[in-house]
Design a protein around this ligand. Structure first.
Ligand SMILES: Nc1nc2c(ncn2[C@@H]2O[C@H](COP(=O)(O)OP(=O)(O)OP(=O)(O)O)[C@@H](O)[C@H]2O)c(=O)[nH]1
Ligand SMILES: [Mg+2]
Length: 324
């Protein structure tokens, strides 16, 4: 039987095994996780959370490793959270990431964890939000979240982090047009990785042109940084671009607003979960035949939902009064 007090103690002492155990706990078990969070109280540190996203194979992991090395070199403690897209096409991604991250192995001030999004909607799951929250208790100065940018995951990543780095590669052509839709709005810093390939300058110009058209919607200019992740070229510029970004959003209050929004979103997700769970357990206990057996095609869905929730609230209220 897991002793949460003991786990908390070891976790707060910076024990890496306890960190790994705690992550598994909040990832797999929201109920116990919630207990653990209430034992932890508020996070003591104030880490920067950076999301790295972009198309498959753009070099996100290679770049993440190099960025982590640069941050470690200036005395930071870094946590890396790699979201396994769990697509059948990227099987072995985690193994690949391990190889890409080999430069970090054995270093004491970095923690690497892969999370699978299997079975969760929208790519970035509620479990990821909980793990990120937990890492904020873990005495890290920077937390980096790597996730493949496909559709919904892009908007999710914005909600989960303080700053978004979008990684593009030269010669995307049509992809750049497609990227406009989702990704252009979410980038705080752009990277054109694989700058050793032809067309990097052109891609940089294309991105800058698109960003230029959006001027006015953003309060400060978004930097486009060419990198060669395999050699580490340009990573110093990326670090600087991120520092510039954070300096700006800290000073302008934008960072605080973004974090507040994130808090609200998480809060309402929990409330929705609790209410839904209670509603359905009530509905089942009442034998209300609305879920099972009902001839759904014959029932008007909105009307029934309204009627059932009204009945639910009335009965819950009654119980509440009786219990008082
Ligand atoms: N030529 C060149 N190759 C690179 C560069 N950066 C990464 N690569 C290579 O591109 C491939 C993919 O790199 P990853 O770092 O795994 O890319 P990723 O975006 O994390 O990939 P997924 O997580 O699978 O989407 C690897 O073979 C890298 O060695 C670069 O700057 N130049
Ligand atoms: Mg990767």
């Amino acid at each position: 039987m897991l002793c949460l007090d003991n786990l908390r103690e070891r976790f707060l002492q910076g024990n890496m095994r306890a960190l790994a155990q705690s992550i598994s706990l909040v990832e797999d078990n929201p109920e116990l996780g919630a207990k653990f969070f209430s034992l932890l109280g508020l996070p003591q540190g104030n880490p920067r959370i950076i999301g790295i996203t972009g198309p498959p194979g753009a070099g996100k992991s290679t770049l993440t490793a190099k960025l982590a090395l640069a941050l470690l070199a200036r005395g930071e403690r870094v946590a890396l959270l790699l979201i396994d897209p769990s697509s059948p096409f990227s099987g072995g991604a985690i193994l690949g990431d391990r190889i890409r991250m080999h430069e970090l192995s054995g270093l004491s001030d970095v923690y690497i964890r892969s999370l699978s999004t299997r079975g969760s909607l929208g790519g970035l799951s509620a479990a990821t939000a909980r793990v990120l929250r937990l890492l904020q208790h873990g005495n890290f100065s920077t937390i980096i979240l790597e996730t493949v940018g496909t559709g919904q995951a892009e908007t999710d990543v914005v909600m989960a982090v303080d700053a978004v780095v979008v990684v593009a590669v030269p010669g995307l052509g049509d992809d750049i047009q497609a990227m406009k839709a989702g990704i252009m709005e979410i980038a705080d810093v752009f990277v054109v990785n694989k700058a050793d390939r032809d067309g990097a300058d052109r891609t940089k110009l294309q991105i800058e042109a698109i960003l230029g058209m959006q001027e006015g919607r953003r309060v400060h200019p978004i930097q486009v940084v060419p990198t060669i992740a395999t050699t580490g070229h340009g990573v110093d510029k990326l670090t600087q671009a991120l520092d510039d970004h954070f300096a700006y959003v800290e000073q302008s209050g934008e960072l605080a607003r973004r974090r507040e929004k994130r808090w609200h979103k998480e809060f309402s997700a929990y409330v929705a979960n609790i209410l839904l769970g209670d509603f359905f357990s009530w509905a089942n206990s009442q034998g209300i035949g609305i879920m099972a057996n009902a001839d759904w095609a014959e029932i008007e869905v909105y009307g029934l939902a309204k009627q059932a929730t009204a009945q639910y609230f009335t009965e819950r209220m009654k119980r509440h009064v009786e219990e008082d």
